[in-house]
Design a protein around this ligand. Structure first.
Ligand code: NAD
Length: 498
């Protein structure tokens, strides 16, 4: 299989170059874009071609501390701004991101590889956090009550937690930033954002948009860097930092939690997943296939919510697998800027090799590739949509995050088996259930250990819903009314017989 060449794109090279040239390349510290203290830089690449897209300043430890100086200096005044003022900045940011949707979408396609249609979807989803938290900013309620003994009163209020370090992954370059920045702004926190080094351009443009929306200097600082640990290390041991919010892999999250213990920091951890997609024999199989495509192929499978294990009841397994493989095999692979492309490249060569190693190991253990299964030739890191049948229950591909367009199918006989298999994972982020029996859906949801459950739905992320996991998928929730609470502390005032 080959990939069509990049020059068949209907987005002109000049348009791409002009967009890249409009992205700030410096570090954002105290409202100013500046070079790294040692003049260092790093390159950002197009995963569809392997070519350099841009060169950015690479923040040093000294720059990280300068960003914390700015965040700390801004915190006192920012915490005292009117919630309505913060809400209006977020609302203007929503309008600006929406107006520039095509720029944000193309930038994500260029640096991350996802097809333009998906990138546009991420702009809509990512921008929604700005609008949602503009609405939540003015609704962070406290309470006033009488003690059970009578007379004395209890006053409970929320305050911003203080300067936060926000660390984001490469797979959703806009949404992962807005999901953290918007509630932090709403709550009145200042921030240091450290985007993934593979996809920092979207965060650079987003930060500029926040300034245009009226965010004061020092509230949001951005320290893109080729050295993640060089940034987090000095910040996590500085007592001025009060919180770290991280989205990324479980091993890095564990390391950051250990480092955060030094100053007993508040932490929010959005970590890895291993989502089961359970198809019961009473499901609408066409709807299940449609949902499976969305749950598996969103972002080429490079999503923490991606369906990672397809558990199908024996009596419908053959029909489901055949229909699913036909739909997967029909997807068009190509550079994300090509109008027909439905499957872009994986993020880098290592990611593609890791996905293929899991597929090889599953096949060696007895699985069969119903479609796909071999890497794609040509420049860029493409892997074909793959469906594996007869995957043994102990295969590594069922235990690890695949992070690619590969769907292992395994069978179960009873509802109890499905629940046991679903829970046989150290992860507990997203899960998907397909059945026409609502009682069964509720019964199974009660018994599975996952932070999020989709009923006959392949996509469940929504700014109004609390996103997050249990077990080793993390701590805390982003979005919903829970999202702002991650950025506030509770203060109680006891009032004697007023
Ligand atoms: P990653 O853990 O390698 O990196 C995430 C971020 O952490 C990046 O900014 C990276 O530069 C930084 N980082 C890496 N090592 C660090 C260190 N020692 N100290 C400080 N920062 C460090 O993850 P990734 O490959 O960018 O993203 C993929 C992972 O993210 C997957 O496991 C996926 O499931 C997870 N993810 C989770 C969610 C969620 O909401 N639960 C959402 C998206 C992605």
């Amino acid at each position: 299989m080959t990939v069509s060449p990049a020059d068949s794109s209907d987005i002109s090279a000049a348009r791409e170059a002009a967009l890249i040239a409009s992205v700030p390349t410096g570090l954002l510290i105290d409202g100013q874009w500046r070079n790294a203290s040692d003049g260092g830089t790093f390159n950002v690449y197009d995963p569809a071609t392997g070519e350099v897209l841009a060169t950015l300043a690479s923040a040093t430890s000294e720059d990280a501390l300068a960003a914390l100086d700015a965040a700390d200096k801004a915190q006192f005044g920012w915490a005292r701004t009117a919630p309505r003022e913060r809400a209006e900045i977020l609302r203007r940011a929503f309008d600006l991101v929406t107006e520039r949707a095509e720029d944000f979408a193309l930038l994500m396609t260029l640096e991350m590889g996802k097809p333009l249609a998906e990138a546009r979807g991420e702009v809509t989803y990512g921008a929604e956090f700005l609008r949602w938290f503009s609405e939540e900013a003015v609704r962070d309620y406290g309470r006033y009550l009488t003690t059970p003994e009578g007379k004395n009163k209890i006053l409970v209020q929320h305050k911003p937690v203080g300067p936060c370090l926000l660390i984001t992954p490469w797979n959703f370059p806009l949404a992962m930033a807005t999901r953290k920045v918007a509630p932090a702004v709403a709550a009145g926190c200042t921030m240091i954002l450290k985007p993934a080094k593979l996809t920092p351009l979207t965060s650079q443009l987003f930060a500029q948009t926040m300034l245009e929306a009226g965010l004061p200097a020092g509230v949001l600082n951005v320290v893109s860097s080729s050295s993640a640990a060089g940034i987090s290390g000095p910040l996590l041991t500085d007592p001025r930092l009060r919180k770290v919010s991280f989205t990324g892999s479980t091993p890095v999250g564990k390391r950051l939690m250990a480092d955060a213990a030094h100053n007993v920091l508040r932490t929010s951890m959005e970590l890895g997943g291993n989502a089961p997609f359970i198809v019961f024999e009473d499901a609408d199989l066409d709807k299940a296939v449609e949902g499976a495509m969305a749950a598996k192929m969103r972002n080429m499978g490079e999503a923490c919510t991606a369906a990672n294990r397809f558990l199908v009841q024996e009596s419908v397994a053959a029909e489901f697998t055949t229909k699913f493989a036909v739909a997967m095999g029909a997807l068009a692979i190509g550079r994300g800027t090509e109008p027909a492309a439905q499957v872009g490249p994986l993020i880098d060569a290592g990611a593609r090799d890791d996905v293929h190693a899991l597929v090889r190991a599953a096949i060696d253990a007895g699985a069969t590739a119903v479609t796909g299964g071999s890497p794609v030739d040509g420049p860029g890191y493409f892997y074909p949509p793959t469906v594996l049948a007869n995957v043994p229950n102990d295969a590594a591909i069922l235990r690890q995050e695949i992070f690619g367009p590969v769907a292992p199918v395994t069978l179960f006989s009873t509802e109890g088996d499905a629940i046991r298999l679903a829970n046989a994972s150290e992860y507990g982020l997203a899960s998907y259930l397909y059945s026409r029996d609502f009682s069964r859906l509720l019964r199974v949801a009660e018994q599975i250990e996952f932070g999020m459950v989709g009923f006959n739905a392949g996509v469940i992320s929504n700014a109004a819903a609390p996103f997050g996991g249990v077990k080793q998928s993390g701590l805390g929730r982003e979005g919903g009314s829970e999202g702002i609470a991650e950025y506030t502390t509770t203060q109680y005032i006891g009032i004697a017989d007023p």
